[in-house]
Design a protein around this ligand. Sequence first.
Ligand SMILES: NC(=O)c1ccc[n+]([C@@H]2O[C@H](COP(=O)([O-])OP(=O)(O)OC[C@H]3O[C@@H](n4cnc5c(N)ncnc54)[C@H](OP(=O)(O)O)[C@@H]3O)[C@@H](O)[C@H]2O)c1
Length: 310
Amino acid sequence: MATILITGGTGMIGKALTKALLDKGHQVIVMTRDKGNRKPATGSLSFASWNIKDQTIDKEAVSKAEYIIHLAGAGVAEKRWTTKRKQEIVNSRVKSGELLVKALNEIPNNVKAVICASAIGWYGPDPSVPNPHPFTEEAPANDDFLGSTCKRWEESIEPVTAAGKRLVKLRIGIVLGKEGGALKEFRTPLRLFRTATILGSGRQVVSWIHIGDLVQLFITAIENEDMHGVYNAVAPHPVSNKELIMQLASAQKQRFFLPVYIPSFVLKIALGEMSIEVLKSATVSSSKIQQAGFSFQYPFIKEALGDLLK
Ligand SMILES: NC(=O)c1ccc[n+]([C@@H]2O[C@H](COP(=O)([O-])OP(=O)(O)OC[C@H]3O[C@@H](n4cnc5c(N)ncnc54)[C@H](OP(=O)(O)O)[C@@H]3O)[C@@H](O)[C@H]2O)c1
């Protein structure tokens, strides 16, 4: 069994991954900024701290780790994108990547591989909707805030390969999970107001992934030594925003609901620059990870939502 260090392990993906790794008998060290998230060690789970601004990190945790999963980053959809917030979104990813590179170069360690989160914000928008040619891993980064953030994020961790570490970068789609994240946002209007809130035209494609498949993908990236470089972490069957919301209403067995279209200009006023992301259509391909042998438990939205809402 291995010792796995997870940065940002206190978040939505990190919690689900930690549970799955502990269930498999691994030791997990959660690296946190220590703002109330650090808890006493229990069994195979322990906590360590780092300070990205000061570029300091728990040395013992790094020396114990055999794998590092790097998830840390300020929430992209949490707050309005002011200049300050955008800087935090970038720095929390780029400076933390740089800190890990520095730590792996300076602290004697046995780390075999680093698995780094990235996002499908790298891509898009689709040149046409529907887009018959989904984005593959070779596509260049989009020339907008999230595209350039993802590029700098991936570049910041790349030097670990020069230190002899296997590096896998997962460009993650919209994660659908029971605890928080996008699904909670989509469900709230349905539950509270019986409205199916469709954003913009609703035609924009959402490349999503079930949290269970994403957790398995991280575990596969640890276990499969043939995996190197970038992989899209999205289900094989993306859907339009409208289809997602309608499937959600149906999965909730809600027979009476009112479809409400929120016009693009309202979203622009409400969300500012972030509205670009919710209105952006990005059809992303899962072919590479499937060719690497990964099989999705939830390739279709209907079954994914059925499982998450049961
Ligand atoms: N969820 C999605 O749909 C999705 C989609 C694509 C990509 N991703 C990426 O996958 C990663 C994990 O996602 P998630 O949904 O689990 O995120 P999350 O729930 O927001 O958790 C991220 C973790 O990062 C740490 N963090 C937050 N702000 C930070 C800051 N300013 N500086 C350093 N660390 C900070 C926090 O840990 P501590 O407070 O313990 O330090 C937090 O628990 C993120 O980088 C995210 O961008 C997520």
